[in-house]
Design a protein around this ligand. Structure first.
Ligand SMILES: Cc1cc2nc3c(=O)[nH]c(=O)nc-3n(C[C@H](O)[C@H](O)[C@H](O)COP(=O)(O)OP(=O)(O)OC[C@H]3O[C@@H](n4cnc5c(N)ncnc54)[C@H](O)[C@@H]3O)c2cc1C
Length: 244
């Protein structure tokens, strides 16, 4: 069941600001706050007549959502302007716990957004942070400036080498895990599933604890419908963050 701080029924909020992050991604700031919400938690966003979909919190006070336009719902979100209304319920899921003194955040695609929310909290604790931002190509890179503005060591990796180093986000992570002078004591990851599977096996191989945030198609977000089942583990109720 949702905890008492969770909004069960959709509440209306207004868009107050829209920032274009890259050619397919926008960040929406709303006139709503969820002060107790943690990085890694998500909200269900409802656009009446369109759909209701899970979106991670990029910020909680005020609520900020970073949305990649990949289909009908996210495309409709991209047409929102300041003053328009959206409806939210949540926050849902377990979220990340703040651990480690030398941490790596590995993100791909929109998965970078909740990691930036996490980075802001981790940096405030004086922890050494390296952010790995993975993308297909230069125009897909997300939040490079936002991470650098936090003073975080930022490693950009693109599949085609058009920006940063060429390869996968897991390549620099593997190198850091191999090198005892650079090895993190905690890894956080959010992104496409194949990337997360690699992060999981690398961290298990090197005995480094990790928190991995999985994204699955979901409907209810409350552990009832079973749409987000991963072999008996419900992403909405038991996750989205898995501890490894
Ligand atoms: C916990 C959680 C947090 C999320 N946070 C964000 C976020 O912060 N920003 C954001 O832009 N999106 C996020 N998503 C993904 C977003 O909810 C989906 O992409 C949503 O389905 C988009 O709806 P659509 O109608 O635009 O596209 P759809 O038509 O539903 O999907 C377009 C394409 O993406 C694929 N797809 C959809 N959802 C997923 C998924 N969860 N995993 C893998 N492939 C998928 C579909 O199979 C299809 O090929 C999150 C999903 C989850 C479960």
């Amino acid at each position: 069941m949702p905890d008492p701080g969770t909004i069960d029924l959709p509440l209306a909020a207004r868009v107050v600001d829209v920032v274009v992050e890259n050619h397919r991604t926008k960040t929406f700031t709303l006139n709503m706050s969820l002060p107790g919400a943690r990085p890694g938690q998500f909200v269900m966003v409802w656009l009446p007549g369109k759909d209701e979909k899970p979106i991670s919190l990029m910020g909680a006070d005020p609520v900020q959502l970073t949305v990649a336009a990949v289909g009908p719902f996210t495309g409709a979100m991209h047409s929102l302007r300041p003053g328009d209304r959206v409806w939210l319920r949540g926050p849902f899921g377990n979220g990340f716990s703040l651990e480690g003194n030398r941490v790596v955040l590995a993100g791909g695609g929109y998965g970078v957004a909740p990691l930036h929310f996490l980075a802001r909290q981790v940096v405030a604790r004086g922890v050494h942070v390296t952010a790995i931002v993975g993308a297909r190509t230069r125009s897909d890179v997300l939040f490079e400036d936002r991470f650098r503005a936090l003073g975080v060591e930022t490693v950009i990796v693109t599949d085609d080498g058009s920006h940063g180093r060429r390869g996968l986000a897991t390549d620099p992570l593997a190198e850091m895990l191999e090198d005892s002078s650079k090895r993190p004591d905690h890894v956080y990851a959010c992104g496409p599933e194949p990337m997360l599977e690699t992060v999981k096996s690398l961290c298990m191989k090197h005995g480094v604890p990790a928190q991995i945030s999985w994204a699955r198609v979901m409907r209810c977000a409350m552990g009832i419908c079973g749409t987000c089942d991963r072999g008996g583990w419900l992403v909405c109720r038991d996750g989205p963050v898995e501890r490894v």
